[in-house]
Design a protein around this ligand. Structure first.
Ligand code: ATP
Length: 580
């Protein structure tokens, strides 16, 4: 909580001004009953009009002062709360950018979205309310009691007993509420998660006629959110009637004992009126306490959730003496006895992998689905760190390099071609912000997508829908390749990125890649692609089964022969072996 509140520091002057103005309003409110008592006792009961005029004018003047203070206070409260929300979102965003995938395992995406939006808004509103009314309520209660004691100590004892009891009662509910509202936010996370999965998988849902299942899943999550919220509100609900009961009983007690005091001339009517007035104001302040408990309980839960993200240590940070490979990287890749287990899991997915790809070479990686090919790729740009052994680039362990310098040298095309909302050229420039139109065209020509882009309605300015919905799978793949090529990387990683291309286009693409002279690693299922590579790695169940070029593997690897036969037939294998 303190961690999250520390973001208010830059606004301390504005906060002090807002609180001073709020205190001005409060003082006026506390003085009013005293003035009323004076007007009744010294003016009305004594038939002295001058007293009525004089204190009446003071009351009007003070009301105007409170009015002006209220308006200026609102201005500062809005400024502070909005700026605070802005800063929190910014710091959360920056923090999340520094996360490794291991960090991401800690927080689900839907939960992060709820924290960025709902939780920040909750805190922002609480800050606004605190500067406007929330702090005013407890101060009004305490100030009201003190003033009541000042007016008549004996009668004010009623309030001295009732108010602290109510305070303790409310604090108990506040703590209880905070636990319950944390659970509400978790349910909200769940609703967001279901909604997110549903919206991103809409095509699949329609194709598999799964909408009814999805509606049920959403209804279930929604019901759980409703029930939990109702449950939490229930705790808060009966605080209000109890408050009213206790305060009304206090007022009756003041009137009862007050009438005795007036009869015995130990108190004036004005004093009783002032005390009842203080009691009513205290009751008003207490009644907004229910709302305050609600807001603070939610804010406390939200602050905890935001704080969890902010204090979470990014586990992949550059060491202070990290090497800067800069532009000198040759692009030589070496894996030395590498083993890898995904964070938070126990099964090793890569075992003792060793291989080398010399600068400018092309290396194909073949293996069954789930054998660990993509996992191996992710260790090169350090999306994850190897648990054993070392991944070396130009002889340096990637763990010793500056991450951004390392990644600058790598063009990575992930298995799922992900595009962003924006134009075709925006998406390609994503790989190099300052790329010229010539560079864009050069990249798209190499990726064999230039002709297709030229046929789009607005060519390079054609807008791509969310995640590239208006493009075919092969078009998305080639645009992703163009995005990687525009950086002229020293290392190019293609994770099954040519799977949707026909053989002719793929051959042209591979030919074009040779011009880039980068070290290229291609995960592929196609023998035709592997044939073009200088070296082929055969991966099975996370182990490197065999390596060699096409001809070598055809001779020595039964698995490679099997893959070859599955794509070209027994006869072709016999023919090729015979001609070798
Ligand atoms: N983020 C993750 N957390 C935990 N385990 C994972 C994660 N990603 C993949 N795995 C597991 O690691 C193993 C290797 O997966 P990987 O994606 O590397 O295989 P692959 O050979 O690239 O498969 P495919 O050809 O289907 O893409 C699989 O058993 C998979 O379940």
């Amino acid at each position: 909580m303190l961690n999250v509140l520390s973001y208010l520091k830059p606004y301390r002057i504005a906060i002090v001004i807002a609180l001073s103005l709020m205190l001005t309003e409060l003082v006026v409110e506390l003085v009013q009953p005293l003035l009323i008592a004076k007007i009744i006792d010294d003016g009305i009961l004594q038939n002295d009009l001058s007293v009525i005029y004089k204190w009446g004018a003071v009351m009007v003047g003070l009301s105007l002062l409170a009015f002006a203070s209220g308006i200026i206070n609102s201005f500062f409260a809005a400024h502070v709360s909005q700026s605070y929300g802005f800063d929190l979102r910014k710091h959360l965003f920056l923090k999340v950018q520094s996360f490794s995938f291991a960090n991401f395992n800690e927080f689900q995406t839907s939960s992060l979205i709820t924290r960025f939006t709902n939780d920040v808004t909750q805190l922002q509103n609480t800050v606004f309310m605190s500067l406007r009314i929330m702090l005013r309520a407890p101060l009004l209660i305490i100030g009201g009691m003190i003033m009541a004691l000042f007016v008549n100590v004996k009668l004010a004892l009623v309030l001295v007993i009732a108010v602290p009891a109510l305070f303790l009662f409310l604090i108990y509910f506040m703590n209880k509420g905070s636990v319950l509202f944390k659970a509400v936010q978790e349910r909200l996370d769940h609703v967001n998660r279901v909604m997110r999965e549903n919206l991103s998988g809409m095509r699949l849902i329609k194709a598999f006629l799964r909408w009814k299942y999805e509606v049920d899943r959403f209804t279930n999550a929604n019901e759980k959110l409703r029930d939990k919220t109702i449950n939490s509100l229930r705790v808060i609900e009966f605080t209000m009637p109890i408050l009213l009961l206790v305060m009304n009983l206090s007022i009756i007690a003041i009137l009862w004992f007050g009438s005795v005091e007036v009869n015995t001339k130990q108190a004036g009517v004005g004093e009783i009126v002032a005390l009842v007035n203080y009691a009513t104001r205290i009751m008003g302040a207490f009644s907004i306490f229910t709302f305050i408990i609600l807001a603070f309980s939610r804010a406390k839960a939200s602050a905890g959730r935001i704080s969890d993200v902010l204090v979470s240590e990014a586990d992949m940070v550059d060491s202070t003496d990290a090497i800067e490979p800069g532009a000198f990287v040759k692009g030589e890749i070496e894996f030395k006895n590498v083993a890898f287990t995904y964070p938070g899991t126990t099964d090793e997915v890569l075992h003792n992998i060793s291989f080398k790809a010399k600068s400018g070479e092309t290396l194909a990686i073949l293996g069954a689905t789930g054998s660990g090919k993509s996992s191996l790729f992710q260790l090169i740009p350090r999306l994850y760190d190897a648990n054993k052994g070392a991944v070396l680039i130009d002889g340096h362990n990637v763990k010793d390099m500056k991450q951004d310098q390392l990644r600058k040298q790598i063009g990575y095309v992930p298995q799922e071609a992900l595009l962003f909302t924006g134009s075709v050229s925006d998406n390609i420039k994503w790989g190099k912000e300052d790329a010229s139109m010539e560079e864009i065209v050069e990249a798209t020509k190499s990726a064999q997508i230039h002709d297709t882009v030229e046929k789009l309605p607005n060519k390079y300015d054609t807008l791509i829908g969310q995640r590239g919905v208006n493009l075919s799978g092969g078009q998305k793949q080639r645009l992703s390749i163009a995005r990687a090529l525009i950086r002229k990387p020293r290392i190019l990683l293609l994770d099954d990125s040519t799977s949707a291309l026909d053989l002719k286009t793929e051959a042209k693409l591979l030919q074009a890649l040779t011009r880039y002279k980068c070290t290229t690693l291609i995960i592929t299922q196609k023998i035709t692609t592997a044939m073009e590579a200088d070296n082929i790695l055969l991966i099975e169940d996370g182990s490197l089964l065999e390596q060699g070029n096409h001809n070598e593997l055809l001779k020595k690897s039964s698995l490679y022969q099997k893959i070859f036969v599955s794509q070209f037939g027994e006869e072709e294998l016999r023919r090729v072996k015979g001609s070798n």
